[in-house]
Design a protein around this ligand. Structure first.
Ligand code: C2E
Ligand code: MG
Ligand code: MG
Length: 719
């Protein structure tokens, strides 16, 4: 076809030279360009060489007549859609019919009225263009639906009909052209358990759905080869008498998200190499057992050759060794426990290459020693890894609850101490905990500290430092986190030492109210100094966040300083949600209404699942630095981070990763789609002036990741 703005091109095919000349003259007057051909064959050749926007075909020509030419044209590339006007002296119905059968768009008698012919041709061109545009929009809509895995369907209740979009049909496993069907046929695509819920949309229970009368639920579609999970969102249209007459719904394939969630669940709780509970889960199990107050013991077994195998044969071999060792230890555990009825053992991977066993039931030193030895000895005979025989050799150590440790952390620490002692001895040995009469560490309440803290605010000893948050796509500051510092008589006390104290003594609220106000004032000062808008995040303790007065305090701070609400973020930890979920949600909603953002700090260290967070009005997750520090040392760490990032993206949550200390870590994160970063690699917490200098300074090339040209600003700053 011709270019968008060039005059349309007409091809006139006629064996009568006089008629051709007259046609050319008429069409030129209507602003068309014209190409001529004197018979059907030549016409097809011309079209092949240069597709026209419209074709005028004489019906009666020697050799190839107009009908045959038209039929052949329709099979040529680009020939199917071009409008064809068939011209014939014949005015009988038969030839009109033949013209349409041959694929002509329209029919005109010969000789024509030239002015009408010109208009007719222009109209045909316009109609063809509209048809083409329409087809394109439809194709685009279908493509968008496909990318989003989003289908639509509509249920017309009076007619008893379901209409489906193409993507909807595809998602439900119908034939591509099955775009209309009965409700029963439609429901049959879903798992039986979900059909009732779908059918109930026609007649919903009075209190069901949301306030706006919409419905949102997930269904299973048992298509082959893999069943899909789809999320259905439906809105009802009612008649004046309240009856539902139409259901408008969209349907989205959320299977991948579901899988990611399950995968995260698994990665978050289990060691990918052995399938045993990972560090976090193992600790939870130990915590549960110690809290139950019944007998419990933790036994650590460490294959001693693991480190040298990693060094000599690489990580894959070390993993294979670990896996084999795990199988052997599990067998030995099962055998040994047969002799101790009532004792139960759970495996875990507490970290550092060791295996942990949590024993519950009637446990004592004798059992622990016997079992420790059995496990350590089970690794005496060689393991075969990559065709080699490897003597893993193991040592073990244990601790009993409650005598060696009352809570999980204590017990794990003591067991580790025993293991370290055993590792200093010969392989195959088990170390019991050292139990000399130790004075219980009495918590000395630092009274002086508490008294001083009371005055800290008044004396102006509290300061905020600000740690930059970086947008790695641009290498620029995208915000800061305010971190509290206490200069107690000139000496800096880190927040770890006084925040808990402030909480216990009820001082946290005035202190943090001050932090909110001060952060807002600092925002305004930076802006006045020409640094532009630097969004600021403030940390809040759980108790403070739950305080009903918080939204009012935040609103006042914003109003006094003119900070846009979206530029203030409040960081809370997951513990807030555990403490009092309904109140936490109420607070989040009030803050959301103000336009203030809420972020979950230290994400991944607590208990909440992403699935659960999805339901809360949260803007951002701050992935804890623990996940970053494992990068590079454990292959599963990157997989876990990648899955977490994919998941947050799927849930539409923004994300920032903290504690980035090396360029390699930042690169890994960036490669996994994370661009918001915070950590010592970029900057430590700075005084306000330090942030100003950074924001106004040259763009840092080492903070920008990914390809793309160096931004122009950087050049002008550098110059
Ligand atoms: P957080 O909110 O997770 O803050 C990040 C902490 O990690 C900061 O420690 C920061 O200095 C440190 N950090 C940042 N990047 C890196 C890195 O690359 N590597 C390492 N190893 N550490 C990094 P800081 O300032 O000692 O604060 C500790 C915690 O104290 C904070 O953890 C936060 O929970 C709490 N905190 C600080 N200010 C406040 C406050 O105003 N209110 C409340 N409730 N808590 C606060
Ligand atoms: Mg924080
Ligand atoms: Mg944090």
């Amino acid at each position: 076809m011709t270019a968008e703005n060039a005059p349309p091109l007409a091809l006139v095919v006629d064996d009568d030279p006089l008629f051709r000349t007259a046609t050319v003259a008429a069409l030129t007057r209507f602003g068309l360009r014209v190409v001529e051909a004197s018979d059907g064959d030549e016409g097809l050749e011309r079209f092949a060489a240069r597709p026209a926007d419209v074709i005028l075909l004489d019906a009666q020509m020697p050799r190839l007549d107009g009908f045959e030419t038209c039929a052949r044209l329709r099979d040529m590339p680009g020939g199917a859609a071009v409008p064809v006007l068939m011209l014939t002296a014949l005015d009988d119905e038969e030839s009109i019919k033949s013209a349409y059968v041959a694929g002509a768009t329209d029919f005109h008698s010969k000789p024509p009225r030239w002015s009408i012919l010109g208009q007719r041709v222009r109209f045909m061109i316009r109609a063809a263009k509209m048809r083409k545009d329409l087809a394109r929009t439809q194709a685009e809509a279908a493509r968008t639906e496909r990318i989003a895995r989003l289908g639509q369907w509509e249920w017309d209740l009076p007619q008893g009909r379901m209409s489906l979009s193409a993507e909807c049909a595809r998602l439900l496993g119908f034939a591509p052209r099955a775009l209309a069907m009965t409700p029963a046929e439609f429901f049959a695509a879903f798992a039986e358990a979900d059909r009732g819920r779908l059918a109930a949309l026609a007649n919903p229970a009075p209190a069901s759905g949301t306030e706006e009368g919409t419905f949102d639920f997930e269904c299973l579609v048992p298509v082959r080869p893999v069943a899909r999970v789809v999320r259905v969102e439906a809105a009802l249209v009612r008649a004046a008498d309240g009856r539902v007459i139409r259901v408008n719904a969209v349907l989205q394939d959320v299977t991948e998200r579901k899988h990611a969630e399950e995968r995260i669940e698994h990665l978050a709780h289990f060691d990918p190499v052995t399938g045993f509970a990972n560090r976090a889960r193992f600790r939870d199990l130990v915590a549960e057992a110690t809290a139950a107050g019944e007998g419990a013991a933790v036994l650590f077994v460490q294959p001693r050759r693991l480190a040298s195998v990693t060094q000599a044969l690489g990580r894959d071999a070390a993993e294979a060794l670990t896996r084999e060792a795990g199988v052997r230890l599990a067998t030995a555990l099962a055998w040994t426990l047969e002799r101790f009825p009532g004792v139960h053992g759970d495996f875990g991977r507490p970290g550092g290459g060791a295996f942990g066993v949590l024993l519950t039931g009637p446990v004592d030193d004798e059992l622990a020693l016997v079992l420790g030895e059995a496990l350590a000895r089970s690794l005496d005979s060689p393991l075969v890894v990559e065709g080699r025989e490897i003597f893993a050799r193991a040592s073990a150590g244990y601790a009993l609850a409650p005598q060696d440790g009352r809570d999980a952390d204590d017990l794990l620490r003591q067991a580790d101490r025993s293991l370290q002692a055993a590792l200093r001895g010969r392989p195959g040995e088990v170390a019991a905990p050292a139990r000399q009469e130790k004075a219980a560490p009495v918590p000395v309440h630092d009274l002086a500290l508490e008294t001083d803290l009371h005055y800290a605010l008044k004396r102006g000893e509290l300061r905020l430092h600000y740690q930059p948050q970086i947008d790695a796509r641009t290498g620029r500051i995208s915000g800061v986190e305010a971190l509290m510092r206490w200069y107690r008589q000139g000496e800096m006390v880190p927040p770890g030492r006084f925040i808990t104290l402030a909480e216990e003594t009820g001082l946290i609220e005035p202190i943090e109210d001050w932090a909110i106000g001060e952060s807002c004032r600092q925002y305004a000062r930076w802006r006045e100094a020409g640094a532009g808008a630097i969004p600021v995040a403030v940390n809040l303790t759980a108790s403070h966040f739950l305080n009903p007065e918080l939204p009012g305090i935040v609103a006042r701070a914003l109003a006094e300083t003119g900070v846009p609400p979206a530029h203030l973020e409040l960081e809370i930890t997951e513990s807030v949600l555990l403490e009092d979920l309904p109140r936490a949600v109420a607070r989040m909603e009030a803050l959301n209404e103000l336009g203030v953002r809420v972020a979950i700090d230290d994400f991944g260290t607590g208990y909440s699942s992403l699935q659960y967070l999805r339901r809360l009005p949260i803007d951002r997750l701050k992935i804890d630095r623990a996940f970053v520090s494992d990068l590079g040392s454990s292959p599963s760490a990157e997989a876990l981070l990648a899955a977490m990032l994919a998941m947050t993206k799927a849930l539409g949550l923004r994300v920032i990763v903290e504690g980035i200390e090396t360029r390699a870590q930042a690169e890994t994160l960036f490669a996994n789609g994370c661009s918001q970063m915070q950590g010592f690699y970029f900057a430590k917490p700075l005084e306000a002036d330090g942030v100003l200098a950074l924001a106004n300074g040259p763009r840092r090339a080492d903070w920008k990741f990914g390809a793309g040209p160096a931004p122009r600003e950087a050049l002008s700053h550098a110059g």
